[in-house]
Design a protein around this ligand. Structure first.
Ligand code: MN3
Length: 254
């Protein structure tokens, strides 16, 4: 934590638990903080940088940019049809369920138990995909994290190879549609897990709770044209296009 960040924020120290909870006076993540309180650990994402709106942000690369791993047709259908539908339906749900239009998706997710299945499916779907697009980049050789994230992965999972193996188990083991996650339950502790459908660790209904750092879409629409039933091959190839700089930026925010 840099001094400048410290100066920008108001700290409340909980010395009994040895944890520190940041109170930035921004309401967007109040629910998230509350939803994570059950883990007895602080959840302190960078609230401005990682606040999600309702519209799709532009895809940060061309449809064919990830061609060796994800084919162009899959990317285009996935972004312009599937993900676009989540954004559209999210906006419908926000309007019909009386939510203030400046409410962040994160705030909605943290209290998702209070809303309809339409909200759950589409707020989750929109959030997950907005994060998914940013977490990929064109294929590079020997693609792996560096710095503090690599150190933490190696400390938590023994090695980067072992981390990938455990993540792939989460991805291939998810029955039906869903997501595999690297997430933090607070205090930068790394966890691997999966959620069904469009759920994610920000939801107060989720079995796993925390701040998502990296998510892999294992719905068949994400890979079927190129990989058919071979989800394991998709998951293995995907490591070549993970944007570790983006994952690191999320890790730095907690
Ligand atoms: Mn998808």
């Amino acid at each position: 934590m840099s001094p400048s960040k410290i100066n920008r924020r108001n700290f409340i120290a909980n010395t009994a638990r040895g944890t520190v909870v940041l109170s930035a006076g921004i309401t967007a993540f109040t629910g998230l903080l509350e939803s994570c309180s059950s883990s007895k650990k602080a959840m302190v994402p960078d609230m401005v940088k990682f606040t999600t709106g309702y519209n799709q942000t532009p895809l940060p690369y061309a449809y064919n940019a990830l061609e060796n791993v994800i084919d162009s047709q899959t990317m285009e259908i996935h972004y312009t049809k599937h993900a676009a539908a989540y954004s559209k339906a999210l906006k419908e749900a926000v309007a019909s369920e009386g939510i203030a239009s400046n409410t962040s998706v994160e705030k909605i997710l943290s209290g998702i138990a209070s809303y309809t299945p339409k909200m759950r499916n589409n707020a989750g779907g929109h959030y997950n995909h907005e994060m998914f697009w940013k977490s990929m980049q064109p294929k590079t050789t020997d693609n792996k994290p560096t710095g503090s994230l690599l150190t933490s992965i190696e400390q938590t999972f023994t090695s980067f190879a072992n981390f990938k193996s455990k993540f792939n188990v989460a991805a291939t083991g998810r029955f039906g549609s869903g997501w595999a996650w690297l997430y933090s339950d607070g205090s930068k502790a790394l966890k691997i897990g999966s959620t069904p459908n469009q759920d994610n660790p920000l939801m107060n209904v989720s079995d796993i709770k925390g701040f998502p750092l990296l998510g892999l879409d294992v719905w068949e629409h994400a890979y079927y044209l190129k990989y058919q039933n071979k989800r394991a091959d998709y998951a293995e190839n995907w490591w070549n296009i993970v944007n570790w700089n983006y994952v690191q930026s999320r890790f730095d925010a907690i």
